[in-house]
Ligand binder design. Structure first.
Ligand code: ADP
Ligand code: MG
Length: 497
């Protein structure tokens, strides 16, 4: 349970926010949920449509085994109950983006039951979001309103694509927590390979339920399980970026508080977030809400899973983010923060582990998460496409570890590696960047400096920090290549600082 509820001061006293999310995740699959039509962006309009998707009379849906497997895999990844028997229902409504006149979904008996997600706050502390259920359903088609001033076009390519709807309990208490939850969920789905997590394309999007209550009410809800302790919620549909999720929640909570403080009451309704105005506005109220007249789809048998098949799927699960984070900390002695940054992307963690073999683990983590990450971001590259390989980073780290180059020179070497000038060792030799630890060469420089600057030298006796000036001068003379540890020692011996 989150300890981080934030008080919002109102005119009539403090308020708290309560948030529950319904996340729609497009199942990673080459074919649709009940037809063999292809799934994928970029195809011409209405080219990925089977007779089932177009809902021609007499067509029958056939469940796609792969989509079921993906849902089971996701359920296992969310440490959730897998229901060996589930049902598909018809959710009836007329809308031009759904030729069937109903959506096939799962209502009372979803394929996945209760689970949980452990989520990180920015400061590294964690909280748990309970998952209520995950069910499979069809996506609708796309309506295009901007192709013609007098007509709406429909592209059925998306119709029938498999979605997983992942419903959380109302366990988030701030807009940051809601965004962090979606982020974590997305990472888990990408690790599992069950959704590509592309929010820009809408392949992962959230319906955000927002309510406000007085301090203490949420604790009563948790103690009793009764939703009556919570305020009336509004649901903000289809928000597809972390920033919008946060902005929509902040706006919506203030709107509700204002209404309540003016003595009004909240209508349970569906709202839309307008990113340009930063506001939510009503889409439909509960009174106008559809009566979906759910009933079991007579075209589909109940879905029964073989426990052995579920076990076999479980055996294919990859190491998931939480486990990977714990292992990186234990195996490499990394801080929770470094481990967290590395596991955010599976490929980044893999890159790190390949580079860290036999090297200073912390130093390697710094190079991967700072310099390399910054360069990749600036170039818009994924770590899989990094022009610098894990072995190349390892070589650079080794040169630092062995004192061949200083950390400062290493930055220069790294930039040259990025520019394609070769491997670290090669660059060091070619550019003559080897750190000068040779006391003979340094002694000459130091003696001359002391002789030329007797005033500064005398100062060191009273003010030992003054030695820094000499260190700086030696660095300057050697083009940054002197070993700072060695210079310090030599200067102390000579000046008695
Ligand atoms: P519906 O289909 O009506 O949207 P669901 O049960 O599918 O209902 O989803 C309800 C969502 O709203 C869940 O994520 C739940 O956690 C959340 N929720 C329920 N009550 C509240 C509340 N008072 N405040 C905030 N979120 C809530
Ligand atoms: Mg809903």
């Amino acid at each position: 349970m989150s300890e981080k509820s934030k008080l919002i001061e109102g005119r009539t006293g403090p308020w708290e926010i309560v948030l529950g999310l319904e996340v729609h995740a497009q199942v990673a699959s080459n074919a649709k949920l009940f037809s063999g039509a292809a799934v994928g962006a970029g195809a011409g309009p209405n080219t990925q449509v089977s007779l089932v998707d177009a809902a021609l009379p007499g067509m029958l849906p056939v469940i796609n085994r792969h989509c079921v497997e993906q849902a089971v895999k996701t359920g296992l990844g969310l440490k959730a109950q897998i229901n060996l028997k589930s049902h598909f229902d018809r959710k009836n409504y007329f809308y031009p983006d759904l030729p069937q006149g109903y959506q096939i979904s799962q209502y009372k008996h979803p394929i996945v039951g209760e689970g949980e997600v452990i989520v990180e706050h920015d400061d590294g502390s964690t909280f748990t979001v309970r998952i209520e259920r995950l069910h499979l359903e069809q996506d609708a088609a796309k309506l295009l309103h901007d192709q013609d001033p007098n007509a709406t076009y429909v592209d059925l390519n998306r119709a029938g694509t498999a979605l997983m709807e992942i419903v959380s309990m109302p366990d988030m208490r701030t807009s940051e927590e809601a965004a962090a939850y979606v982020k974590k969920l997305r990472t888990i789905l990408i690790y599992l390979g069950t959704c590509d997590g592309d929010m820009e394309k809408g392949n992962l999007r959230a319906d955000v339920n927002v309510s406000v209550c007085r301090p203490g009410d949420y604790e009563k809800f948790r103690a009793t399980g009764s939703f009556s302790h919570l305020g009336t919620r509004c649901e903000i549909k289809n928000v597809n970026s972390y920033r919008y999720i946060q902005a929509a929640i902040e706006y919506e909570a203030r709107r509700q508080i204002e209404i309540l403080e003016d003595g009004g009451k909240i209508d349970q309704e569906t709202r839309l977030f307008d990113p340009t105005k930063g506001e939510t506005r009503s889409m439909r109220s509960k009174e106008e809400a559809h009566d979906y007249r759910y009933f079991p789809d007579p075209d589909l048998l109940p879905l029964e899973l073989d426990p052995a098949w579920v076990k076999a799927i479980e055996a294919t699960l990859p190491e998931l983010p939480d486990a990977k984070k714990a292992r990186l900390q234990a195996q490499y002695g990394l801080t929770a923060y470094d481990a967290q940054v590395l596991i955010t992307e599976q490929a980044r963690a893999d890159f790190y582990e390949a580079a860290a073999k036999g090297r200073d683990a912390k130093l390697t983590a710094n190079w991967v998460t700072n310099d390399l990450a910054a360069r990749l971001t600036a170039a818009g590259l994924d770590i899989e496409d990094s022009p610098i390989s894990p072995a190349a980073i390892a070589e650079l780290v080794q040169l630092i570890e062995e004192g061949v180059i200083s950390s400062k020179i290493a930055k220069d070497v790294f930039e040259r590696m990025w520019a394609g000038e070769g491997a670290a060792g090669e660059i060091v030799e070619k550019q003559g960047l080897r750190q000068v630890s040779d006391t003979g060469a340094l002694e000459e420089i130091i003696d001359k400096l002391i002789a030329d600057n007797p005033g500064q030298a005398a100062q060191v006796k009273e003010k030992p920090q003054a030695i820094g000036w000499f260190v700086g001068q030696v660095m300057k003379e050697t083009g940054g290549k002197a070993n700072p540890g060695v210079i310090n020692q030599m200067l102390k011996a000579k000046l008695g600082g």
